[in-house]
Design a protein around this ligand. Structure first.
Ligand code: DAH
Length: 339
């Protein structure tokens, strides 16, 4: 019996097949009910008790070897295509799917690029901030509602740790560390404790701009913003400035552009006014300069801040701000051609 097992084991080990049919035939020969290995299991009954252990082990070894060989040959033949499945070698290759940049990244890069051309360099600051950089140094009065729990995500009360509500905090960090002339833009994420809707989100992105030097005037600010608006929204874009209030600028203004959808004639996007708001701006308040140890008698400056989502929504006529955060490829794919 042992000899018979050895012979069959050699046969199994030496077996090779060129088709799935050969493999099946081999399986029937060895392992089917009437197969040779099955026959040995029948014979096993007659093996004397003292040999049963040794013979049993060898027999199982043989059966396992046969099963393994069969499944190995089967997979090899199926995947190599010499089995029944056929591979069409002339099929054109599947094109590789390229990822696309997120629309917020696309527009952020465009904004950066436009201001780079005017000599603004990028500076960044932390998203987790303290009260001084986000509010106090920017001339927010102690009881200003923006410090309220409704707007700000506070992490700790004392020492005060919070998520920045605007990128104006980076202005302060730059003024603390650098001497004028300063010409910088600061893109980044900001956080506000707001209910999420089609028009508002608790996380969004801003770009802050800051220019400080001797004799910087409101006319410089206006000219800079005009250049930006035309580069971003097209040569025919007009701007207008409306008086406004921010604690850190005096005077302050809100900047509108002529509606880029209807060209100023009036449509749903501009609520039939012909104008849409794109950012806030103003001349840096002397208190802010002094707070950051910059001589406000010698230096003046302007600042501006815009939401990147807002600019993107206007540029691409997007109806719902939540789309930016959902990562739905059907939305993202539409920006394939944007840089
Ligand atoms: N920080 C303001 C906000 O988040 C935006 C802003 C307005 C920034 C006027 C400025 C500015 O630098 O001058 O609403």
């Amino acid at each position: 019996m042992i000899d018979k097992i050895k012979t069959l084991l050699n046969e199994v080990n030496g077996f090779n097949a060129s088709s799935l049919q050969d493999v099946e035939q081999f399986r029937i020969k060895m392992l089917s009910k009437k197969g040779e290995i099955s026959a040995l299991f029948e014979e096993f009954r007659n093996v004397p008790v003292e040999q049963k252990k040794e013979v049993g082990l060898k027999l199982n070894e043989l059966k396992n070897a046969a099963n393994e060989k069969i499944s190995m040959l089967k997979t090899a033949l199926e995947t190599s295509g010499s089995g029944k499945s056929e591979t069409d070698l002339f099929l054109p290759a599947e094109s590789m799917k390229l990822g696309t940049r997120h629309p917020i990244s696309v527009v952020r890069n465009q904004i950066i690029e436009i201001f780079n051309r005017l000599g603004f360099v990028i500076s960044e600051g932390p998203e987790i901030e303290d009260d001084w950089h986000v509010f106090s140094a920017l001339n927010f009065p102690e009881e200003h509602p923006a410090r309220d729990m409704q707007d700000t995500f506070f992490i700790e009360k004392s020492p005060d740790v919070l998520l920045r509500t605007h990128t104006s905090s980076v202005q302060v960090r730059v003024m603390e560390n650098e001497k004028p002339p300063i010409r910088t833009i600061s893109p980044g994420r900001v956080f506000r404790n707001e209910a999420i809707s089609a028009r508002a989100h608790c996380i969004f992105h801003q770009v802050e701009g800051l220019y400080i030097d001797e004799n910087v005037s409101f006319a410089d600010l206006k000219q800079t913003l005009m250049y930006f608006a035309k580069e971003m929204f097209g040569e025919n874009t007009q701007i207008r400035l409306r008086p406004s209030y921010f604690p850190f600028t005096e005077p302050s203004a809100e900047v509108d552009i002529s509606c880029n959808l209807c060209g100023g004639k009036g449509c749903n996007m501009c609520k039939h006014t012909g104008w849409v708001e794109i950012m806030g701006c103003g001349m840096v308040d002397p208190n802010v300069l002094e707070e950051c140890k910059i001589d406000s008698k010698k230096y003046t400056g302007f600042a501006f801040g815009m939401g990147i989502e807002r600019i993107t929504i206007l540029k691409y006529q997007i109806k719902d701000i939540r789309l930016f955060f959902e990562n739905d490829v059907r939305f993202l794919k539409q920006f394939e051609s944007a840089l």
